[in-house]
Design a protein around this ligand. Structure first.
Ligand SMILES: Cc1cc2nc3c(=O)[nH]c(=O)nc-3n(C[C@H](O)[C@H](O)[C@H](O)COP(=O)(O)OP(=O)(O)OC[C@H]3O[C@@H](n4cnc5c(N)ncnc54)[C@H](O)[C@@H]3O)c2cc1C
Length: 401
């Protein structure tokens, strides 16, 4: 370990490792601090990713793919299934191995990675700009200086606040999730199932993502607004009892997902915020792996350039912000509006939507058609949906991205 780095990244999730990887490729001297003992553990994720998004960033590798997904089922409150087939929908990952793989990429490109390294505070220069990190490791407290510090510390991020950025989310913009990884789950192995019901998962949905061999991630997210009245665990237990009474729970995980537009501020002099910490998950699906990777890549590239040019000011680092909005952030603003409308639908509305989709010939049942039917009395949102779908159908309401 040296005592001065070009870039220190806090957090080795997909955002942090991608940033470290790409900053290193750009020639920067990079250190990653990860508080946990193992990169990728604990897994707090349903592990689903859309193929198109993933493959735009990295080649899919059988070492970390648990299962290939070739169809999704959108299931209404009254149990009707709208099946959408696409042999390249996506994958269910093995997140532990996937996160490890990205960290390995960063390491091979030259980044140093420290696990069990818990960032505790930031250091500032005389002008008040971030210029280092204090962290603890094996009982020692250490301080290191850096030209740029990146907060990639996930949904519970504190690093952004330490840097003086407001990152608080409204309750309704946090999806409160609970998930069981279960054995002996009887589902179609190549399909992901999504159950929509205001009664059973208010302000969210229930997912069943098969990992192969009868193993599946079965979970739900509900809007934080409703989680105060009944815990998500109660909703999940009811669902599992009804649908998979013979399955066993192997692992239970809980966690939050930011389902908001990108945080207003994501850069300061010498500082960048990325991934869940910057609220960059897809607001409608809650999928945050690919967006975190996109943001990490962009931030890493811009950080390397900033170091090279000797300008780490917010004005320069805003290049990352602009590229993020162009790539995903602007779409997220629209999907956030769509989410607000979709999650207000009553179970009756959802049943009617499913019935009218099922009345279409099979070839016409598409995500666009689902949105058109669901939002038929909100024409401005249909236009929004169409605008977004035209930009990238696979990433907007591909519930795996
Ligand atoms: C139940 C659940 C299911 C989900 N399912 C999906 C899904 O199927 N598909 C999908 O795309 N997304 C899913 N998500 C969202 C996805 O997991 C996140 O969006 C994604 O992991 C964000 O990546 P990140 O790198 O920003 O943050 P994270 O992956 O959370 O990584 C942050 C890292 O920072 C570390 N850290 C935190 N604080 C410190 C500190 N002080 N010092 C050092 N290190 C620190 C953490 O230990 C962690 O390793 C799900 C989330 C939940 C909770």
């Amino acid at each position: 370990m040296s005592d001065h780095y070009d870039v220190i990244v806090i957090g080795a999730g997909p955002a942090g490792s991608m940033a470290a990887w790409h900053a290193s490729l750009g020639g920067a001297k990079v250190l990653v601090l990860e508080k946990d003992r193992d990169i990728g553990l604990p897994v707090r994720c349903a592990e689903g990713v859309g193929a198109a998004g993933l493959q735009s960033l990295i080649e899919a590798d059988p070492r970390w793919i648990a299962n290939k997904i070739e169809g999704i089922n959108l299931i209404s409150p009254h149990g009707k299934r709208v099946h959408l087939a696409n042999e390249d929908f996506g994958y269910v990952l093995n997140r532990k191995l996937f996160d490890n793989f990205l960290a390995e990429k960063a390491s091979k490109a030259g980044a140093e990675i420290l696990t069990k390294a818990y960032a505790e505070e930031l250091l500032f220069d005389e002008k008040g700009d971030v210029n280092g990190v204090v962290f603890s490791r094996f009982g020692k407290r250490l301080s290191l200086r850096a030209k740029i510090v990146m907060g990639a510390d996930g949904v519970e991020s504190r690093v952004g606040r330490w840097a003086g950025i407001r990152t608080q989310l409204k309750l309704r913009d946090i999806e409160t999730c609970v998930q069981f990884t279960m054995a002996n789950v009887d589902v179609t192995p190549s399909d992901c199932d999504f159950y929509f019901s205001h009664e059973r998962a208010p302000g969210g949905y229930i997912w069943v993502f098969p990992k192969g061999d009868g193993i599946a991630n079965v979970g739900l997210g509900i809007s934080g607004e409703y989680a105060q009245y009944q815990s998500p665990l109660r909703y999940l237990e009811d669902f599992v009892q009804e649908h998979f009474p013979k399955a066993s729970v192997l692992t239970t995980t809980v966690g939050g997902v930011p389902v908001a537009p990108t945080n207003k501020q994501i850069v300061k002099n010498g500082f960048m915020l990325i991934g869940d910490a910057a609220h960059q998950a897809n607001p409608i699906s809650g999928g945050g792996i690919v967006p975190a990777m996109v943001a990490g890549k962009l931030a890493g590239q811009v950080a390397a350039e900033a170091v090279q040019t000797g300008d780490v000011s917010a004005a320069f680092l805003k290049k990352y912000e602009r590229q993020w909005y162009k790539s995903e952030g602007n779409t997220h603003k629209i999907t956030y509006r769509l989410k607000e409308a979709v999650y207000k639908l009553t179970d009756d509305d959802l049943n009617k939507t499913a019935d009218s989709i099922l009345s279409l010939p099979e070839g016409k049942r598409t995500i666009v058609a689902v949105f058109k039917k669901a939002l038929y009395n909100k024409p401005s949102l249909i236009l929004d949906a169409l605008k977004v779908f035209k930009m990238s159908i696979s990433e907007v309401f591909d519930p795996l991205s």
